[in-house]
Design a protein around this ligand. Structure first.
Ligand SMILES: NC(=O)c1ccc[n+]([C@@H]2O[C@H](COP(=O)([O-])OP(=O)(O)OC[C@H]3O[C@@H](n4cnc5c(N)ncnc54)[C@H](OP(=O)(O)O)[C@@H]3O)[C@@H](O)[C@H]2O)c1
Length: 257
């Protein structure tokens, strides 16, 4: 089975680092045109742009903070002007910072919710118009990147877990609402994946050992393993799958990890 994304016009939020970077690379390698959104790290975005350019993969780098409606509108306008529409939206951008309940300020709560959940809403809500444009016969897909925290909760990260659980509820709601438009909406929920986000936790040997104990496959995952799930859900082969959350976690939730 070859997952061919030729002709697909994709946008990946937070697409220049970590899981997003692996998703951008995998989509491009499968034939998609990829618009890579990032917020601050221009160096990482340009490095990825060079890498994709060397392989003649069609792409664009779009700087925008997804919590800012105006910046998102400008970003989407650029995609519309260049490609005339959009087929695939991957809502990946996110932050993971601790927060102790009872001592958490409203600003702290809002920072996580506005990036992980409201940011995904702002992009998807505005991009929907672009997904209805043009004559593309490419599969139409929205894919949210949630987390195991969104399924089982996460002590010390209640705001993060709430934001990721929100994405799962959004997935189920939109799967039904957008089905008449021919758009499949799914969610990928990674477990522990080796990126900048988890680098500090995984660098500490005792913590890493404890984390690995909660994962039946006995190791943390790589960003490419999450990207493979996204490519599948984006493909024609996933045409009858909608409203689902696909865990990519080495079996972690099966043992309560
Ligand atoms: N790593 C894990 O173990 C794990 C597990 C479960 C779920 N996840 C989820 O997977 C997604 C990617 O995580 P990761 O590990 O790859 O994290 P990461 O390495 O820290 O990368 C996060 C990405 O999100 C972007 N971003 C953050 N806030 C943004 C904003 N307001 N506007 C636009 N972009 C923004 C960052 O852009 P800049 O580079 O410009 O800062 C960066 O590209 C997140 O949603 C995360 O919650 C990760």
């Amino acid at each position: 089975m070859i997952l061919d994304l030729n002709g697909v016009r994709a946008l990946v939020t937070g697409g220049a680092r970590g899981i997003g970077r692996a998703i951008s690379m995998a989509l491009a390698a499968s034939g998609a045109r990829v618009a890579i959104n990032y917020r601050n790290n221009t160096e990482a975005a340009e490095e990825l742009g060079r890498k994709l350019g060397e392989r003649y993969f069609e792409h664009m780098l779009l700087r925008a903070d997804i919590t800012q409606e105006r910046l998102v509108a400008t970003m989407l306008k650029r995609i519309e002007e260049s490609w005339g529409g959009l087929d695939l939206l991957v809502l990946n951008a996110g932050v993971w910072v601790p927060g102790t309940f009872g001592a958490m300020t409203l600003a702290h709560w809002r920072e996580t919710i506005s990036t992980n959940m409201t940011g995904a809403f702002i992009v998807a809500n505005d991009a929907l118009r672009l997904m209805a444009l043009g004559e593309s016969s490419a599969p139409k897909r929205i894919i949210f990147i949630s987390s195991t925290a969104g399924i089982r909760g996460e002590s010390g990260y209640s705001h993060y877990a709430a934001s990721k659980g929100g994405l799962i509820a959004l997935t189920k709601s939109l799967a039904v609402e957008l089905a008449p438009l021919g758009i499949n909406v799914n969610c990928v929920a990674p477990g522990w994946i080796r990126t900048d986000m988890t680098a500090a936790a995984l660098a500490e040997p005792a913590t890493r050992k404890n984390i690995q104990k909660t994962i039946p496959l006995g190791r943390v995952g790589e960003p490419e393993e999450v990207a493979a799930a996204v490519v599948f859900l984006a493909s024609r082969q996933a045409s009858f799958i909608t409203g689902q959350t696909l865990s990519v976690n080495g079996g972690a939730l099966l043992v309560g990890g």
